[in-house]
Design a protein around this ligand. Structure first.
Ligand code: C2E
Ligand code: CA
Ligand code: CA
Ligand code: CA
Length: 278
């Protein structure tokens, strides 16, 4: 999203400024960080609105650098995309999740983990093949994996992306559309893709108890998505008021600080064992 990677690169080489030097350095630092295991994952529960049971968890990458401290993925994912480093990073994420998921499946055999996939990854690598390679190393049933893709990414090359998605579906992977509502797509074109779930972007959830327009948008997304056979999850739910609104309008699942911040896999195991949110 919101980047024009190669163009940025050109711009900076023509104007040898400090920002470029800084970015070049970060890219090398990130390469080292991958080797030195400075990245780790946190997981945020996705909770059924009615039963308040954890259905799945979203894996979110973290970078703790001895030099820079904690860097937000909002800052480093863009650099990882511009440099192509997102490909080995995603491979690392897949390996890590396939390994860690085994611990939670033992507690809940129906649980799955959602992994964010960036547009660069879809465009410049063979994602289904990468997943099969990781599977050779770390055997799991892929029904325990969901991928989150953004709508703008899909619009980029509809035919090619529909084909990639049907390959992923053939592997039994679940597919969700992330940040839904922020792109320029209509719900009806989504029928072209084998999608399981829509994630309503936090920016709409922020306004659902105060802003009439956001209320209407969220209600409409939920009912249209259901008519098309998709499940709906709301992200960034922070308050009881937001939760109650979403429950009233039959949003299937909730993710946000209202239930939990992103936490370690060990904490997720505790949540599951104690059935915490009930
Ligand atoms: P996203 O996919 O939309 O992820 C949701 C973000 O909202 C996460 O931020 C999460 O920690 C935060 N969040 C969840 N609930 C709440 C809430 O109730 N209130 C507030 N204020 N925030 C909430 P995070 O972890 O900093 O990630 C930011 C973005 O970085 C993600 O947005 C995603 O686009 C990207 N990202 C994170 N991890 C990965 C990854 O492993 N791979 C890729 N490609 N991108 C990632
Ligand atoms: Ca996401
Ligand atoms: Ca999201
Ligand atoms: Ca978002």
């Amino acid at each position: 999203a919101k980047r024009s990677g190669r163009n940025n690169f050109k711009f900076y080489t023509e104007n040898m400024n400090s920002k470029f030097m800084k970015n070049l350095d970060l890219e090398n630092k990130m390469r080292q960080a991958l080797k030195n295991e400075e990245f780790y994952l946190e997981y945020q529960p996705q909770v059924n609105t009615v039963t308040k049971k954890i259905i799945s968890c979203e894996a979110l990458i973290r970078w703790k650098s001895p030099e820079f401290g904690t860097i937000s993925p909002d800052d480093f994912i863009r650099i990882a995309e511009d440099s192509g480093l997102i490909i080995p990073i995603t491979r690392w994420i897949l390996e890590k999740v396939f390994y860690e998921i085994k611990k939670v499946i033992e507690i809940d055999p129906n649980i799955y983990i959602s992994i964010n996939i960036s547009g660069y990854q879809i465009k410049h690598s063979n994602l289904p093949k990468m997943i099969e390679d990781v599977l050779d190393q770390e055997k799991i049933d892929l029904k325990h994996i969901e991928l989150e893709l953004t709508e703008s990414m899909l619009m980029d090359d509809i035919l090619k992306n529909a084909e990639i998605m049907s390959k992923l579906k053939d592997l039994n992977i679940k597919l969700a559309i992330d940040d839904f509502g922020t792109g320029y797509s209509s719900l009806s074109y989504l029928k072209k893709f084998p999608i399981d779930k829509l994630k309503i972007d936090k920016s709409f959830i922020d306004g659902i108890t105060t802003n009439e327009e956001d209320k209407v948008i969220v209600k409409t997304i939920i009912s249209m998505a259901h008519n098309l056979g998709f499940k709906v999850i709301a992200e960034g739910v922070e308050t009881k008021e937001q939760f109650d609104f979403l429950k009233t309008y039959n949003c299937d699942e909730i993710q946000g600080y209202y239930f939990s911040k992103p936490v370690s896999i060990e904490k997720i195991m505790e949540y599951l064992e104690e059935n915490t949110f009930n």
